[in-house]
Structure formats: structure tokens, C-alpha cells
Ligand binder design. Structure first.
Ligand code: 5GP
Ligand code: MN
Length: 346
């Protein structure tokens, strides 16, 4: 049996909010991932079936390999449709903030969202939620994904039948991608109960996995080889590594959004490896985007907060630096040095 994390009081409050709204806006974080898009569309399909007028808005473009999700083409990209999005937000009587903990995670979209005086709900699994993002805050850092929490919410409110098939497909996407296809963050048996409930809806997980994972261009596959062969700097004694990618290198391999996805996980295949760091120049703004991945107890979020103006989960975090790549590399080498005792330990 699924142990529900949503209390009876939360269930009745959420029910009230979802019953009394007409125009709903769902927002999720910048550089939207599978959990951001999946949880947003999962809730979207539930509320749309309830007869609500729902709009999903994200700060910027999401990777093509999430385009198979039903109605993903209706997602409003704030960067591209600011005026339209601002109107929709001003008319909303409910805003749902999904899969982020602080307003800065939605970039400029935070301005209209924080200004809006309507009811708000925050559903998230990152540490340190900013409670001003929701009149109702459903925050569980031990949840595998926001999709898991949306599944729990929908079934707590409306039961299993309340979740439409397209919603089940979307929720699966976030459950799968936030756990690295059930490789981490998924020791809670509930994850597999939810997975089996989604399968019972008739979703084809093998097909969805292929749509998400096997969607690269030949250039992207060669790019992976290039990064690992030419760019990866391994510190074997520290069980750590980093690689840096410039804008020119991205151009050389005809980079498209999503092409960096997953590469930062690869060095963790080295025996005993604890920390993998990816530094790459943004394709538009003058900044370096950082992604980190770790295993066991190494706290990527503390590491990213200390050096990269970022944060996230213990084993997967990110951040940004506004400097040159040379400086970002210097910061990274100093960071590895400063954490060397912790990294060296077996
Ligand atoms: P990714 O490496 O996939 O971009 O991000 C991994 C995780 O780190 C994300 O799920 C997100 O929770 C977190 N993260 C990424 N960038 C930032 C950031 O700038 N600030 C914070 N607080 N978290 C971030
Ligand atoms: Mn997530």
C-alpha cells in the first residue's frame, strides 16, 4: 500500500483550491527538465479534465526529447511570449509552482508570479522552500521527484481514476528522469508502487524511455566521445573530475538544447568516483553553467552553494558563474583542493 504523504488537512485544502479556481497557471523552473515538464503537464491534464482553463509557463525552452508529451506544444515559453504570459498570469486565480524552491529559479518569470495576488500552491522536493511561493506548501525533500508528489496529490484528492492517461505518461517522465531511470533516489518502495500504478494506466514505459534517451543527433553522440576523450580532467586521488566546454566547442558539434543532458553523469562510472563537475559556457548569456553529480554522502548542494551561486539536491546540483572559463576552472580547482580531505576519504 502507498503511504500517502499528503495529510487529510492538505488534501481538503488542495481540493478547495482546485474546485474554486477557473484560470490556473502552472510554472516551473528555468532549463526545464523531465520533472519540471512532466509534473506541470501531469497536473495540467488533471485540471484540464476537471474543466479548468490551464496554462503551463516555463522561463525558457525545454529539450526536444520531451515534445512527445501531449500538449507540450501548448507550453508558453516566457522568454519568447512575455506579454502574453503576463496577461495570462494577471488573469489567473490560482498559480501552482512546481519543482523549484526559490523565486530566482524561474528567472524573470518571478516578477509577475510574485506580484500576483491570487492563491498559490508550491509543490517541490528541494531543500529550503521559500514559503512565500505558496499559500499551501507541499515540500518533501525525501520525494524522488515532484511528479511523485503530483501523483500523490491527484490520487489523494480524486482517486486513481482522476488521473488521465496523458497525465500518467507525463508523470512517468519525471519519475524516471529524476531517478536516472531508477538508478538513484528510488529506494523508497513507494516509487515502484507509483510506477506500477502508472503502468496500470497503460503507459508504455519502454517507448517513453526510448523517446527520452535515444533521441540524439549523430553529432551529439560524437560530442560525448569528444568530451570524455579530450576534455575530462580526472583527479583519481580525489575520486573527482571536471570538464569544461566552450561555446565554440558547442557550435562545432551543432549543439541543440538538451545535448549536454546526461554527460555529467558519465564520469561517475569510474570506479570509486564521488564527484563529477561540468562547466559550460551558456550559448546566449555571458555565464558559465555548472552541473554537479555525486554519490552517497558527498553534498553537491553545499559544494554548489559555496562556489557556484547555486544549490539543489545532495547528489545533483547546479549553479552559475559570471566570469571567464579560465576563472571558472580556477575556482573549480580551488574548490577541489579545499574539499580534498573529504573527497580522498574512502
Ligand atoms: P542540472 O545539473 O540537471 O542542471 O541540475 C541538477 C539539479 O540541481 C536540478 O534539479 C536543480 O534542483 C539543481 N540546480 C541546478 N541549478 C541550480 C541553481 O542555480 N540553483 C539551485 N538552487 N539549484 C540548482
Ligand atoms: Mn525535480
Amino acid at each position: 500500500m502507498l503511504k500517502n504523504k499528503i495529510t487529510p488537512q492538505e488534501t481538503s485544502e488542495l481540493k478547495k483550491y482546485f474546485n474554486e479556481c477557473r484560470n490556473v497557471v502552472i510554472v516551473s523552473h528555468t532549463a526545464p527538465d523531465g520533472d519540471a515538464i512532466g509534473s506541470s503537464l501531469g497536473l495540467y491534464h488533471y485540471l484540464t479534465r476537471k474543466g479548468k482553463h490551464v496554462t503551463v509557463i516555463v522561463p525558457n525552452l525545454f529539450p526536444d526529447f520531451f515534445r512527445w508529451m501531449k500538449d507540450s506544444d501548448k507550453i508558453v515559453i516566457y522568454e519568447r511570449q512575455k506579454t502574453h504570459a503576463n496577461v495570462v498570469i494577471s488573469q489567473a486565480d490560482l498559480i501552482c509552482c512546481l519543482d523549484f524552491n526559490v523565486p530566482s529559479r524561474i528567472d524573470e518569470l518571478q516578477v509577475p508570479v510574485m506580484q500576483a495576488r491570487c492563491r498559490k500552491i508550491l509543490v517541490d522536493h528541494h531543500i529550503g522552500p521559500d514559503k512565500s511561493l505558496g499559500d499551501i506548501v507541499i515540500s518533501h525533500t525525501d520525494a524522488s521527484s515532484t511528479c511523485e508528489l503530483i501523483f500523490r496529490i491527484i490520487t489523494a484528492i480524486g482517486g486513481y481514476d482522476a488521473l488521465p492517461f496523458a497525465g500518467a505518461e507525463s508523470l512517468y517522465a519525471g519519475l524516471a528522469t529524476d531517478t536516472g531511470f531508477f538508478n538513484y533516489n528510488s529506494n523508497n518502495p513507494d516509487v515502484f508502487i507509483i510506477l506500477s500504478e502508472l503502468l496500470r494506466k497503460g503507459i508504455d514505459k519502454d517507448l517513453i524511455n526510448r523517446r527520452i534517451q535515444n533521441n540524439f543527433s549523430p553529432d551529439r553522440v560524437k560530442f560525448l566521445g569528444y568530451v570524455l576523450y579530450e576534455k575530462l580532467k580526472v583527479y583519481s586521488d580525489l575520486h573527482a573530475s571536471y570538464f569544461s566546454i566552450t561555446r565554440d566547442e558547442l557550435t562545432q558539434f551543432n549543439y541543440v538544447k538538451g545535448d549536454m543532458e546526461g554527460i555529467v553523469n558519465m564520469p561517475l562510472q569510474i570506479k570509486g568516483h564521488k564527484l563529477s563537475i561540468s562547466l559550460r559556457e551558456d550559448t546566449e548569456k555571458d555565464m558559465i553553467l555548472i552541473s554537479t553529480r555525486s554519490v552517497d554522502d558527498f553534498p553537491c548542494n553545499e559544494f554548489c552553494a559555496q562556489y557556484y551561486n547555486g544549490g539543489g539536491h545532495k547528489n545533483a546540483s547546479g549553479g552559475r558563474l559570471y566570469c571567464s572559463m579560465e576563472e571558472a576552472i580556477a575556482i573549480t580547482e580551488r574548490a577541489l583542493e579545499e574539499w580534498s580531505e573529504r573527497l580522498k576519504a574512502e
